[in-house]
Ligand binder design. Structure first.
Ligand SMILES: Nc1ncnc2c1ncn2[C@@H]1O[C@H](COP(=O)(O)OP(=O)(O)OP(=O)(O)O)[C@@H](O)[C@H]1O
Ligand SMILES: [Mg+2]
Length: 235
């Protein structure tokens, strides 16, 4: 059995709000393997973003252990976590978070400036079907196109793990499916481990595993023996 790319043991996150303790995540244990696609499902407030932010080193657990390739993240200092985020983690957010005063290509180029082993921004822009939009500003792109730029940007720094928090939350259904297909296809091409929070059950069928969260508890992990391959996306 492999060591696991990322291993979490009894991971917890509690917030003390005056007298009240908010238990955002309660003793979650799981592993992430190289190249797998995991979908996280659960109602609002169930701890999905909390889990993703801890995996991504944006937040620290208040209990439990987290190891990335055998190195402990729960004990890591701020500097080590910054290095971890910078070199190993790519994020895709619901509202894209592109720099409005930079073109599509420049947004991607900016992210690779601090990367140690980046992929070609031009190649990635072509990969997400936007080669002819390189010089467009975000305001000149549709929501789906902006998210494709954000996906290219996250991948360009060549992280091992790509974390997506409701990446299609602001898109219509048809565009969502296309972005999710592209996400899966691109990540297979580049061999990334991908974790996606989504309410879209279409992507759940493509996932290798599905994590079900409820009230901060990782209730079960479902294995998908025959994950659907991504369909070829045409724009
Ligand atoms: N900084 C914080 N301080 C206090 N409580 C917090 C904080 N961040 C999150 N929580 C609480 O932790 C719980 C889990 O929040 P989280 O954002 O992980 O949920 P979620 O599953 O991502 O929900 P959604 O689907 O609405 O995005 C919620 O009850 C939330 O109010
Ligand atoms: Mg959330």
């Amino acid at each position: 059995m492999s060591e696991g790319l990322l291993v979490a043991n009894n991971l917890s996150k509690f917030y003390q709000m005056g007298e009240v303790t908010v238990k955002a995540l309660k003793e979650a244990s799981f592993r992430l393997e190289e190249g797998e696609l995991v979908v996280v499902l659960g109602p609002s407030g169930s701890g999905k973003s909390t889990l993703l932010n801890i995996i991504g080193g944006m937040d620290r657990p208040t209990g439990g252990e987290l190891f990335y390739r055998g190195k402990s993240l729960h004990r890591a200092g701020a500097k080590e976590l910054t290095v971890y985020r910078r070199h190993h983690i790519g994020f895709v957010f619901q509202f894209y978070n592109l720099m409005p005063n930079l073109t599509a290509l420049e947004n991607i180029q900016l992210s690779v400036q601090i990367a140690s082993d980046p992929l070609s921004p031009t190649e990635l822009l072509a990969k997400v079907g936007l080669a002819d939009r390189a010089d467009h500003f975000p305001s000149q792109l549709s929501g789906g196109e902006q998210q494709r730029v954000a996906l290219a940007r996250a991948l360009a720094k060549n992280p091992r793990i790509l974390l997506c928090d409701e990446p299609t939350g602001a898109l219509d259904y048809g565009t969502s499916i296309q972005v999710l297909q592209l996400l899966k296809e691109t990540c297979e091409t580049y061999g990334k481990t991908v974790v996606i929070i989504t309410h879209n059950t279409a992507i759940a069928q493509m996932a290798h595993r599905i994590f079900y969260l409820k009230d901060g508890i990782l209730e079960r992990i479902e294995e998908n023996q025959t994950p659907l391959p991504p369909e070829k996306v045409t724009w």
